[in-house]
Ligand binder design. Structure first.
Ligand code: ADP
Ligand code: GLC
Length: 485
């Protein structure tokens, strides 16, 4: 049995979160620890980190990191969340910024490579400083992808790392951390890592590729996505590299954290409800209708919700495109998200045009996301691809019927109507015609078949996507890796 796992991640709920990665890292380490495997998390100390009710103390002052030049150091803060120790790497010039990765208007921060190379090197320095070699380092996404590479090259020469296994989880292969080759020279990897079987990618330095190539095992967040990324269509140029690692690639479905996402005790809702008594859901709907200034008559019509990054991946452009047709079906639409200015502008204009029937909130608001899940009847998720997707799992738990594409984790979590065990509505091609047709079916089902609707809602609410199951699958991988070391 491995001794201790270090999760290395650029986001961890409730301290930092821009999407599902934050949610996963807020839940998986705790679940792992409950399964009997001591865990810790290493993450950046962002300026906008919410330390709210948590006691955060300085754990290490002036930790030598040696990147990008010799005397540079990091301070490390420590906190605890649900019994799991968290270490926050602090260096103001890199992390004390309003956003995590990019300024919404100006784009990606120019020094992202430097910031996250620094973060990975600081994580290595911190683990060495803490003195007990981790049995597993489990790194997530491109921001932490150099960890497996560093450890791969440290293992033969530094006894501290000899028995440490590495797992690398891809949450989205489209985000690769691809930078100019000149950043490689100072990153601390040996020259032999610079080739097509290493971190070089068409002449560039590709951090995600480093994780894929050098980790002892590579995982992604659903079985379907694990198959999809082996294909040219979904592999974003890394399908060849992934195929080379196919024997060590696993798809492990994320869980949902029901201590945060549960309508029975959600503190953000105006009233609670459960699978036994759904009356509170209607009250949540009426509350949101009034909160967002929508037409009160909508209380008896289906309310369609969208929550997510307003980017091509999530198909918000498809939602925008079908809204005029949806208005003829006499439904309401509520959307929460931020992303591409063009999509934000489109939905804001639609809100103007269909005042009282369409409400769009551009921004990032955790509590509103909870209220929207509870208030909506139908949840729209027409993703072009979806590694796992957590919002559809939350929708199911909140009694909100998902309408989603048959992509990645959506396929793995929603049973399609009209099957006997249906929990939602699935369509195959992410295009407006199919989306509209599927919404039409969902709306007809909702309005014409109240008994069937109740059954489907309850079936969805009873679905459990537990972290326990995922933990057991990760543990099997940890064990296999350690046997091979
Ligand atoms: P992804 O990680 O691809 O964005 P997921 O479905 O895995 O998609 O996770 C998204 C998470 O981010 C969910 O917790 C969702 O509620 C949250 N979220 C997305 N957009 C917003 C927003 N604008 N405001 C609040 N929460 C949001
Ligand atoms: C990524 C994916 C999303 C997944 C999340 C957590 O952001 O886009 O599908 O649920 O990571 O793994």
């Amino acid at each position: 049995m491995p001794q201790r796992v270090f999760f290395v991640t650029s986001e961890v709920y409730p301290f930092s979160k821009s999407g599902g990665l934050g949610d996963v890292m807020g839940a998986l380490p705790e679940a792992m620890q409950k399964t009997g495997l001591p865990s810790a998390v290493v993450s950046p100390f962002y300026g906008r980190i919410s330390t709210g009710n948590f006691r955060v103390r300085l754990a290490v002052s002036g930790l030598p990191v040696g990147y990008p030049w010799a005397p540079i150091t990091a301070d490390v803060y420590e906190a605890e969340y649900h019994g799991v120790p968290l270490y926050f790497i602090d260096r103001g010039e890199y992390f004390d910024r309003r956003y995590y990765y990019n300024n919404p208007v100006k784009g990606d921060y120019f020094d992202n490579a430097e910031r996250f190379i620094f973060f990975c090197r600081a994580a290595v320095a911190l683990m060495e400083h803490l003195g007990t070699p981790p049995s597993i380092v489990h790194a997530h996404d491109w921001q932490a992808a150099l960890l497996p590479a560093y450890i791969h090259f440290l293992r033969p020469e530094n006894p501290f790392w000899t028995n440490t296994g590495t797992v690398f989880t891809i949450h989205n292969v489209a985000f690769q951390g691809r930078f100019s080759s000149r950043l490689f020279t100072s990153c601390g990897l040996p020259p032999e890592a610079w080739n097509v079987d290493g971190v070089e990618f068409y002449g560039d330095f590709n951090l995600l590729k480093g994780g894929i190539v050098y980790a002892d095992a590579v995982t992604t967040v659903s079985p379907s996505y694990a198959r999809e990324i082996l294909t040219e269509r979904y592999g974003c140029g890394l399908d060849g590299t992934l195929r080379q690692r196919e024997l060590h690639l696993y798809g492990i479905l994320n869980g949902a954290d029901y201590s945060v996402w549960n309508p029975e005790d959600d503190p953000y809702l105006p009233c609670r409800y459960s699978v036994k008594d759904l009356s509170g859901k209607q009250k949540c709907k009426e509350h949101l209708i009034s909160e967002l200034g929508l037409d009160p008559a909508l209380k008896d019509r289906p309310l369609l919700g969208f929550i997510g990054r307003m980017r091509g991946q999530k198909g918000i452009d498809l939602v925008n495109a079908v809204i005029p047709d949806l208005m003829r079906m006499d439904v309401g639409v509520v959307a929460l998200g931020e992303g591409k200015p063009e999509y934000e502008a489109e939905i804001s204009e639609l809100m103007e045009q269909y005042r009282g029937r369409v409400a769009a909130v551009i921004g990032y608001t955790e509590d509103l996301a909870h209220r929207m899940q509870a208030a909506s009847d139908i949840f729209l998720m027409p993703s072009r691809y979806e590694p796992c997707g957590l919002t559809q799992m939350y929708a199911l738990r909140y009694g909100t019927l998902p309408v989603a594409t048959a992509a990645g984790g959506l396929r793995d979590t929603i049973n399609p109507w009209p099957g006997e065990d249906a929990t939602g509505f699935i369509f195959t091609k992410s295009e407006t015609r199919e989306l509209l047709e599927t919404i039409r079916q969902a709306v007809a089902f909702w309005t014409d078949n109240p008994a069937g609707r109740q059954k489907m809602v309850r079936r969805g609410m009873r679905r459990e996507f537990t972290w326990d199951r995922a933990c057991r699958e990760y543990m099997d991988i940890y064990r296999t890796i350690r046997l091979r070391l």
